[in-house]
Write a new protein. Structure first.
Length: 368
């Protein structure tokens, strides 16, 4: 279970650890700024506590042999699916956030899909590892897609298509890294194109409105286009060096909706300007580069694919969140890793980093 030798610490990725620590500190500072006008410290306290608990989990996971986690890949999958099923029957949040994606237990509210991300990545990494020599056989591939498809369908049912897209992305990336034949990727792309009309009519009205607002942001700037417009105004007004921390007009006068969660990058852009935004992107680039290095150097397929899945998950979150705040992507409600407010989200992200660091102290793995 715990199999860590002194020499293993020589392979500990301090660059990744420090980069994530800086991201977490950056995030807490920006959440404080985003919530300053709300006259409460609750958001900062929750984020700080989640961060402390998350780094405690990182230390524990580094000491833990990650292969031990793989022994429970089937129970992890079952628990992940059961949590998503529970959301279908007992989920809350539609009135406030547009979908019943949260569970409340004794006053504690969390989003099971965030937990399921880690669970499904662990399960798929182990399942593919056990079938890595047959991954291009149609029967094995169909079984893999079916097992991955169940949680995706449950999330889409909530409905939370933004998170469902995150799942689809990291599943595809993991299969590609495992050696999936290009022709299957081509087939999947073709099926996706053909399925677009079905997906369109399965969207909720507010989701269609978000797409219309993305295509024509000025069509309804007081309604569906309000968030995107205020975000772009905030980022544009920040210019090169920003208005100054805690001095953003759009931020402090509450023009930006969900500024502490989905639109935290707009706060960065307004108050810290282009310099602050580029600094954040640089930190993300370093984090992703270190994760890719760990995946390439890992001693086995299971460890490599887990880290690939985590990296893909972070990448799609970063790409979509920053893209939607600057008007390059539709609004989906996907938060920004280590920056957006959310206790469960922060804790889960740090668990991913902890597992990745555990994988990193071992050697020799997947070439992709």
């Amino acid at each position: 279970m715990f199999n860590l030798k002194r020499k293993s610490f020589k392979r500990f990725d301090f660059t990744l650890f420090i980069t994530v620590l800086l991201l977490c500190i950056y995030g807490i500072v920006m959440i404080r700024s985003a919530t300053l006008s709300l006259d409460t410290n609750r958001h900062v306290k929750v984020q700080a506590i989640s961060t402390i608990l998350g780094f405690a989990a990182v230390i524990f996971l580094v000491l833990l042999d990650y292969q031990f986690i793989g022994n429970f890949y089937i129970p992890i999958y079952i628990i992940s699916v059961l949590l998503l099923l529970a959301v279908i029957f007992f989920g809350t949040g539609a009135d406030k956030w547009g979908s019943d994606s949260w569970l409340s237990i004794g006053g504690f509210t969390f989003q099971p899909a965030e937990i399921a991300k880690v669970g499904i990545i662990i399960f798929l990494a182990k399942y593919i590892d056990k079938n890595k020599n047959e991954i291009n056989q149609p029967i094995v591939l169909l079984k893999t897609l079916a097992l991955a498809g169940i949680p995706i369908l449950l999330i889409a049912k909530q409905p939370d298509f933004g998170t469902a897209v995150v799942f689809v992305f990291f599943v595809v990336v993991m299969l590609f890294a495992a050696g999936l034949d290009w022709r299957y990727i081509g087939y999947a792309f073709l099926i996706g194109i053909i399925s677009l009309p079905i997906l369109w009519f399965s969207l909720e009205p507010y989701q269609r409105d978000r797409i219309f607002s993305f295509l024509d942001p000025e069509a309804d700037i007081a309604g569906t286009g309000y968030q995107a417009m205020q975000s772009k105004i905030a980022i544009g007004s920040g210019k090169i060096f920003g208005r100054g921390l805690f001095h953003g007009v759009q931020t402090q006068f509450n023009y930006i909706p969900e500024k502490q969660t989905d639109f935290i990058f707009a706060v960065v852009g307004e108050e810290l300007g282009l310099i602050g935004g580029l600094a954040l992107i640089l930190l993300y680039f370093i984090m992703l580069a270190r994760l890719i290095k760990i995946a390439k150097d890992s001693k086995d397929t299971f460890g490599s694919l887990m880290v690939v899945g985590f990296a893909a998950m972070f990448l799609i979150h970063i790409w979509e969140n920053i893209g939607m705040t600057i008007g390059l992507m539709p609004i989906t409600g996907i938060p920004l890793p280590f920056m957006s407010y959310g206790g469960t989200f922060q804790l889960v992200n740090l668990i991913c980093i902890g597992i990745s660091l555990s994988v990193g102290i071992h050697k020799e793995g997947l070439n992709f």
